[in-house]
Design a protein around this ligand. Structure first.
Ligand code: NAP
Length: 290
């Protein structure tokens, strides 16, 4: 590769989202491309909902190698793609697209990324009781992949109807009846009494509401593994309380870096430099927090 950052042969990857200004993906992917000497570049694209079909046609016409898809396009992009990986099809959401000569294929690396954040730390999932708090878009990917791996799920959400919809999806796909409850302290206490793992998939605790937590500290214990998929701040109030209770914790940075690493591998065919990608995101987040 030449010393120029962009040449006539550079392959372009990117992100479509709205808003897009605060994304950490360009830093994470460009650091990874550079470290492997790959002639690739990653750029953010601000795409409003009404511009999505034109934007996808443009990405196809310009020969963009691949792109991430974030809020608000993860579900609405699906009808405009040429095919879906089975995991993305089951979950009904896409966060990564690969462009093979104009054929846009959608993947969901959020789900596999979350799973890797546990398995790469030797945290078992199969036959474990896992309490999922939240039932939004990310919860869908997390619940699907955990059920696929044989976990026993319980779901709680502020709006219980959304938890019910997710529980029905898991029952249809895996035959597992998932108990669901409104996100209230008594129901949480009962669900957590038998739990091995707690996963927060709500946005509660996300910057600037750093002091908020979806689970009261008194319900956390040393023999629980607590995962928060919120990554900004890195150490959420929930994770801080879990650490204080002696619990093992997994930060949302792990999922963020793993979903990126898996997308990188789909676009380049090269093994992703995971530690570098994770370190790049951590450094950026810590700079924001200072
Ligand atoms: P979403 O679809 O908007 O869902 C938001 C969820 O949070 C819903 O369950 C919602 O409950 C709940 N919620 C919001 N405010 C609440 C409150 N004050 N009290 C209780 N529950 C509340 O969002 P999403 O796309 O799933 O994202 C959720 C979080 O995950 C975000 O912080 C996002 O940054 C993070 N995330 C991280 C990664 C990663 O790689 N680490 C990947 C994807 C997402 P209702 O149904 O009652 O509204």
């Amino acid at each position: 590769m030449s010393n120029e950052v962009v040449t006539g042969t550079t392959r372009v990857c990117g992100l479509i989202a709205s808003p897009v200004a605060h994304t950490m993906s360009p830093a994470m992917h460009n650091a990874a491309f550079r470290s492997l000497g790959l002639d690739y570049i990653y750029v953010p694209f601000l795409v409003a909902p009404e511009d999505l079909p034109n934007a996808l046609d443009g990405l196809r016409a310009l020969g963009i190698r691949g792109f991430n898809v974030s809020i608000p396009h993860k579900v609405t992009c699906i009808p405009f793609l040429d095919g879906l990986d089975p995991l993305a099809e089951h979950i009904g959401a896409v966060n990564t697209v690969v462009n093979n000569d104009g054929d846009l294929r959608g993947y969901n690396t959020d789900a596999e990324g979350f799973l890797r954040s546990l398995t790469e730390r030797d945290i078992p999932v199969a036959r474990q009781n896992i309490v999922i708090v939240g039932a939004g878009g990310a919860a869908r990917a997390v619940a699907y992949i955990l059920a696929r791996e044989g976990a026993y799920l319980t779901m709680l959400n502020r709006t219980p109807e959304a938890a019910e919809t997710l529980a029905d999806m898991i029952e249809d796909d895996f035959g597992q009846r998932v108990p669901f409850f409104a996100l209230e302290e008594a129901a949480l206490e009962e669900a957590l009494a038998e739990a091995h793992i707690l996963v927060n998939t709500t946005s509660v605790g996300m910057s600037p509401d750093n002091d908020a937590s979806p689970v009261p500290a008194r319900l956390l214990r040393a023999d629980l593994t607590v995962c928060d998929i919120v990554y900004n701040p890195v150490r959420t109030a929930l994770l801080a309380a879990a650490e204080a209770a002696g619990a093992a914790t997994v930060s949302g940075v792990e999922m963020l870096a793993w979903q990126g690493a898996l997308a990188f591998e789909l676009w380049t065919g090269a093994g992703a430099p995971f530690d570098l990608m994770r370190g790049t995101v951590l450094e950026l987040l810590q700079t924001h927090e200072e």
